[in-house]
Design a protein around this ligand. Structure first.
Ligand SMILES: Nc1ncnc2c1ncn2[C@@H]1O[C@H](COP(=O)(O)OP(=O)(O)O)[C@@H](O)[C@H]1O
Ligand SMILES: [Mg+2]
Length: 391
């Protein structure tokens, strides 16, 4: 009999790699093709933008890409990777430290250093910060050794610095194997458009949404089986449905099932045991929803969120025009301007309440069932303040 291991292999948490990375076959294929071109010394093509609501697995995919780049290119023309998040990247100096492997400051002529230093550290402008000397050095370095530059949470980047980075990327990738990959929440698309109007159109945009049913089942079953735990088909179907195919909830479920099997020393999980795990998952899920609801409330977006949630009760998707109407109806009359309505829409997108995947003009719910939670809480609230409405 296989012994259940001592540590829980499931990993519910931001950026935590799952024991089995399920689905994402198309995305992985796309990345592999780019890496193969780079490994052969060719330009990989346009930048990659990856966006989707939190908890869908963007960071985990960046991790996969980083490992694949380092592994895949190792025999021939090894690929270098550099990973950054906006909080580490405040000035062009930090960006160049990530892009160039050597002490690049020496490359700037001493006579220019004073002004360059000022430009870099205080009032830098995008052209100056993308100095030709540095761009040319990066081209040379990438020809020697290709570079994949991964930027997570890119929607929180400083706009000026982001402009510099896009500028550098467009110059370098045309001449050398350099690939910029930006990942972020659904607000990333709008953010990048404000930085450079046509950048998103010219890039390869990948939407990271929920997994399909088969991938969800694999993500749960494979690690359990590997640790000697079986699960019957009906129970598995129940878990798959309850997870809503949302990667973060999948890991919550996997972790709860594993704990249960370990606690009770079970080799096979059936519907009988599932209720206990369900309570555990539900508690963590409610906590997660409540935090998101509070954020919406703090931003003054709760009335619009409730109205949108009501709209989604009978529909899986909706149009931007409908959303705009609903938001306008739920704003105070004095902030009814087109600009204010659009800003509210963008904030709801930034906070992942709604999003539209890149291949669709229709909007869908961001985090699954958050809408239902928001609606349920609102109903409870109304009943509390006016018990008569219960009738
Ligand atoms: N393809 C996948 N299969 C199984 N679990 C996944 C998958 N992608 C992500 N996860 C899990 O989902 C959670 C969220 O992943 P993360 O990469 O942090 O999402 P994001 O960066 O989009 O917020 C993590 O617990 C991770 O282990
Ligand atoms: Mg992430």
């Amino acid at each position: 009999m296989t012994q259940i291991g001592d540590f829980n292999p499931f990993n519910p948490g931001p950026g935590e790699s799952p024991p089995y990375l399920a689905g994402r076959e198309n995305e992985k294929d796309q990345f592999k093709q780019r890496l193969a071109r780079m490994s052969a010394g060719r330009s990989p093509g346009t930048e990659i933008i990856m966006y989707g609501p939190r908890g869908m697995g963007k960071t985990v995919l960046l991790n996969w890409l980083e490992i694949e780049a380092q592994r895949g290119g190792a025999e021939h023309n090894p690929i270098r990777t550099s990973w950054a998040t906006p909080d580490e990247l405040k000035k062009p100096i930090h960006m160049w430290n990530c892009l160039l492997p050597m002490n690049w400051k020496k490359l700037l002529k001493p006579i220019h250093w004073g002004t360059k230093f000022l430009i870099f550290s205080v009032g830098w402008k995008s052209n100056a910060a993308a100095s030709p000397a540095l761009v040319n050095t990066l081209i040379k370095e990438c020809k020697k050794r290709p570079l994949v530059f991964l930027m997570d949470e890119a929607h929180t980047m400083d706009a000026g610095l982001c402009r510099v980075l896009l500028n550098v990327s467009q110059k370098v990738r045309k001449k050398a194997p350099f690939l910029l990959v930006l990942a972020g929440t659904p607000g990333l698309s709008h953010f990048l458009t404000t930085v450079n109007a046509s950048f998103v159109e010219r890039s390869d945009v990948i939407g990271i949404g929920r997994l399909d049913a088969q991938a969800t089942a694999d993500a749960i079953v494979k690690p359990l089986n590997e640790h000697g735990i079986e699960i019957d088909d009906t129970t598995l179907a129940q878990v798959v449905e309850d997870s809503q195919h949302y990667p973060y909830f999948i890991q919550l479920w996997g972790a709860a099932l594993w704990d249960l099997a370990k606690q009770k020393d079970l080799q096979k999980l059936t519907a009988q045991e599932i209720t206990e795990a369900e309570t555990k998952v539900e508690n963590r899920r409610l906590n997660f929803y409540e935090k998101r609801r509070k954020t919406l409330s703090d931003l003054g977006l709760l009335p619009a969120a409730v109205a949108i949630a009501a709209l989604f009760q009978d529909a899986e998707t909706t149009t931007m025009d409908t959303l705009i109407d609903v938001i306008a109806d739920n704003l105070p009359v004095d902030s009814h301007t087109t600009q204010s309505v659009n800003e509210h829409l963008q904030t709801l997108i930034r906070h992942e309440f709604i999003w539209n995947p890149p291949d669709s003009i229709l909007f869908e719910a961001g985090i699954p069932s958050l809408m239902k939670y928001v609606l349920d809480r609102q109903r409870e609230h109304v009943q509390k303040v006016s018990p008569a409405s219960r009738a």
